[in-house]
Each structure stands twice: as structure tokens, then as C-alpha cells.
Write a protein that binds this ligand. Sequence first.
Ligand code: OAD
Length: 249
Amino acid sequence: MLNSSEKIIPQLAAQLLSAQRIVVMTGAGVSAESGISTFRDSEDSYWSQFDPMTLASLDGFSDNPQRVWHWYQWRRQQIALARPNPAHVGLAHLQRRLPLYLITQNVDGLHQQAGSQQVCELHGNIFINQCVSVSCNYREQHQDNASDLITCPQCQQAYLRPGVVWFGECLAAERLEAADLASRDCDLFLSMGTSAAVYPAAGFAALAKQSGAQIIEINPAATPLSEHADWVIRAPVGSVFERLMPLLS
Ligand code: OAD
């Protein structure tokens, strides 16, 4: 396993240019340099301050929809102020040049804002509202001015909830299948800015490894994936992309 060194960024550039099929998996650390909190790696992260079962589960919503809605409204406001950083912009650029499939656990839409056309949003998107009733398929783009709980305009019976995956819920089957297929079929898998702690997202690197792909992790901290990675770059991903992109243009 290589650690962060002067040579590692040129080596990463060479690997990217020679790979046939690349999969990139991003997590909250990729948006950290845009000012959005992560979930579990520091005192400021969301799950260090708030109980995930209260705010990110169907039971929590059923128990107190107002509390959950307002928490997501607060996050939406924070995210709306954020701008893509060099990692988002670099990945969008690489996607235009290289065979790169982008999977994200992030719900903030910053990859798309940076220009990425195809993004597999495994955990949904915070700017979507959807009906909480399983028998109603209503979905809409969130409107900024809607600050209070909204009753579903289609079924008129249940509240709208944010379009993100909550604890205990299944991921959308088509996204899960697409991410699974891409991971099994790649020869280079980059995991960046994720604690690699939440499944099924955390399992895709292992699928890629089983198929013979090189695994590279970019993260300032160790994760359960680190010991299985072929290389680890221990640095913030934005600074890695600031050094990487001039080598690729
Ligand atoms: P976590 O908060 O669990 O992990 C963030 C990771 O990013 C940590 O390993 C940090 O070391 C790393 N990190 C922090 N700053 C970084 C930087 N500048 N560059 C690179 N890495 C950095 O976030 P996720 O792994 O994304 O679920 O969490 C997975 C899921 O758990 C989230 O999608 C969310 C949460 O519950 C849903 O919202 C459904």
C-alpha cells in the first residue's frame, strides 16, 4: 500500500489515463470543502450532534413530522449556499474525458452543479419532495418558499418528505443495480470522502476488488476500506484534485 507522497498524484493521473472503466464512489467528505457537514467524522458532523433515528427514519418522521421537516429545511438552506469545490469540478471534467461512472452517497446535488451529467445518487436528493405514503408515487422538485410541512397534492392524505433514503429503507432498485454492475465491471475503483461504514454503498469496493479492479482511497482518515485498498492517499480530496487536474489537461 502506498501512502501520500510526492509521486502519488502523478501515479493517480497515470492510472486514470490507462484505466478502461473507472468507478468513483463519493461520500460526505467530498462536499466537506464546500462547507457541508459530514455525518460521523468530527464533533461538528451531523450524527455527533443529532440522533439519526429521530431525524432520518420513517419512525422518526411518523413520531414528529414537523421536527424532521424543519431539520431538512435547515440542511437545504445550508446546502443551497454551498458551491462545488475542485473535487466536484475535476470529476465533472474527468467524466467528459474518461470512461468514468460516478456513484455518490451525497444528496446535495453538487456533482450535477459542477457539470456531471450522469450521477448515480444512491441515497436520493434532498431537493426532491415525495409523498410519505407507500401507495402514492407523488414526487416534486422542492420549492424554496415551502417552509412548512406540505400535504401531498396528489393523494391529499399524507405529508411530503425529503427524497432521501432513511435508515431501515431500501435503496432504489435501479440505482442499486446500476452501481452494482458498474462496480463489478470496472478496472479502477476510487473511493473518496466516505467513511465506508454504510452499506450497501460500502460494499461496492469489495465487488470491484473481487473482479480484479485496483482500489484507491482518498481520505485524510483511515476507514474499514483502507486495508483492502491498493493505494491510499491521505489528503483532503479538494487538494488532491487541485494537484491532479493540471496533469490531466
Ligand atoms: P461520513 O460522515 O460517514 O464520512 C465522511 C468521510 O469523509 C470521513 O471518513 C472523513 O475522514 C472524510 N473526509 C472529511 N473531509 C474530507 C476531505 N476534505 N476530503 C476527503 N475526505 C474527507 O460520510 P459518508 O461516508 O458519506 O446517509 O456517510 C454515508 C452515509 O451515512 C451518508 O450518505 C448518510 C449518512 O447517514 C444518508 O443520508 C442516507
